[in-house]
Design a protein around this ligand. Structure first.
Ligand SMILES: O=C[C@H](O)[C@H](O)[C@H](O)COP(=O)(O)O
Length: 280
């Protein structure tokens, strides 16, 4: 990893925390990956509330929290009525509508639980992740699958149009499949570059996969429906603020929800930070 990329991540993390982290927050979600380390660093400097608790999204995330001298609280210890004030995370690729691919580091299920529990979800990434459409530069959709279901899911993914879905192995291939924090496996499925909902509205395609082209939400749903799939590494749909508005409007039965970020901070090559924000 070059210094330029690490420096881009740090600069973006600092700006994201400065503009979104309320020092009096009580519950904060912390995602996984290499970028989130800089977010934790910035939060540690900014936080003024000794009672603040941090909800991790897996083993590495919890280690980051503890090593920074902050206090973790397990997701399943949160009282029912408690929403996270905010959650921060990284992303593997982000499109113009703020849909994200996540799971490049094998964390996605707990990340989605935490993102959906947050009033606001903010992502931080470097310039390589900023793309117009998903699957432009990042090659595959990570999917968390029950080990016994892997052959069936691989077959179903091929039927959905994925040319060569693969079970992810550890770096040392002979050690076998890589295991997630849930002791599940990860399948990486390539598809053609995804359409946004805006593309479909503009008549650029049906997005139902029949011509090989999927719209983001349709593909996420089709994969999630496969038996054996625990979660899919597409974060799409509505964001936390939109989810809250929906709940107020129609008394939605979904207690939590909103997996899209309200903003993504990209550290650029020239040292600047570009921000993509949801329409407010
Ligand atoms: O599985 C890993 C997570 O989804 C990460 O947040 C994502 O891969 C981005 O990681 P990084 O910050 O290392 O690029």
């Amino acid at each position: 990893m070059t210094d330029a990329i690490e420096s881009a991540k740090r600069t973006a993390a600092q700006k994201a925390v400065k503009e979104n982290f309320d020092p009096s927050a009580t519950h904060v979600g912390i995602g996984s990956g290499t970028t989130i380390v800089y977010v934790v660093e910035a939060i540690k400097e900014a936080s003024t509330n000794p009672a603040i608790r941090f909800v991790p999204t897996g083993y590495q995330s919890r280690q980051n929290i503890v090593q920074a001298g902050l206090t973790p609280i397990a997701f399943d210890s949160l009282p029912d009525h408690v929403m996270l004030d905010i959650a921060f995370d990284g992303a593997d690729e982000v499109d113009e509508e703020l849909n994200c691919i996540k799971g490049g580091g094998a964390c996605l299920f707990q990340e989605k639980l935490v993102a959906e529990r947050a009033k606001k979800f903010v992502c931080v990434a470097d310039y390589r992740k900023m793309q117009p459409r998903l699957l432009t530069n990042w090659p595959t959709i990570p999917i968390e699958v029950a080990p016994i279901a892997v052959p069936t899911v691989l077959h179903s993914l091929r039927v959905l149009g994925s040319s060569d879905p693969k079970l992810r192995t550890t770096l040392l291939e002979k050690s076998g499949p890589l295991k997630t924090d849930q002791d599940f496996y990860i399948v990486d499925a390539p598809f053609q570059t995804l359409l946004t909902s805006g593309d479909v509205a503009a008549g650029k395609g049906k997005g139902d996969g029949t011509d090989g082209k999927w719209e983001v939400n349709n593909l996420a749903q089709a994969i999630k429906e496969l038996t054996g799939v625990l979660e899919v590494g597409i974060f799409s749909g509505v964001n936390g603020i939109e989810a809250e508005a929906l709940r107020k409007k129609d008394g939605s039965t979904k207690a939590f929800g909103g997996q899209k970020p309200i903003a993504v901070y990209f550290g650029m090559q020239d040292g600047s930070v570009e921000v993509r924000k949801a329409n407010e």
